[in-house]
Design a protein around this ligand. Structure first.
Ligand code: ZN
Length: 136
């Protein structure tokens, strides 16, 4: 049977899967932990099982892979050249689900922070830390 996705797409898919619970999320967790914050992970009783939850600050953090969650304007979010219909539907569904998750969390009084894979650097994480703690 022929391969349905090209090599670039496959490698992107594989890295997306591998990154799911590892690189960007770990970076955010490690940073916040190093700044003294404590949190819960993937809380199943909240909409969308947010990646990182800081109840004390009523903060829910969603760490998004740029491809799977279609980071606007990001080069990592480029649509694959093959199977365009399939990917378009799949990725748009992801984006719609993220929007519903945000809305449901906010309706429950949560402050929602989204961190993109390509932005898990010291500067952005410091801003995130300040945003979480200043308003509390
Ligand atoms: Zn990005």
């Amino acid at each position: 049977m022929a391969d349905v996705v090209d090599r670039a797409t496959r490698s992107r898919m594989m890295s997306g899967i591998r990154n799911r619970d590892t690189d960007p999320e770990k970076k955010v967790r490690q940073y916040l932990h190093s700044r003294g914050l404590r949190f819960r992970l993937h809380k199943a009783d909240l909409p969308g099982k947010p990646d990182i939850v800081l109840k004390r600050y009523m903060a829910a953090i969603l760490v998004h892979g740029c491809f799977w969650h279609q980071h606007p304007g990001c080069s990592l979010a480029r649509m694959p050249k093959s199977n365009v219909g399939f990917w378009k539907a799949k990725l748009e569904a992801n984006v719609a689900r993220d929007r519903r998750t945000r809305e449901r969390l906010m309706a429950g009084g949560w402050r929602v922070f989204e961190v993109w894979e390509c932005e898990t650097n010291e500067h952005t994480l410091n801003e995130l830390f300040r945003a979480i703690t200043d308003a509390a």
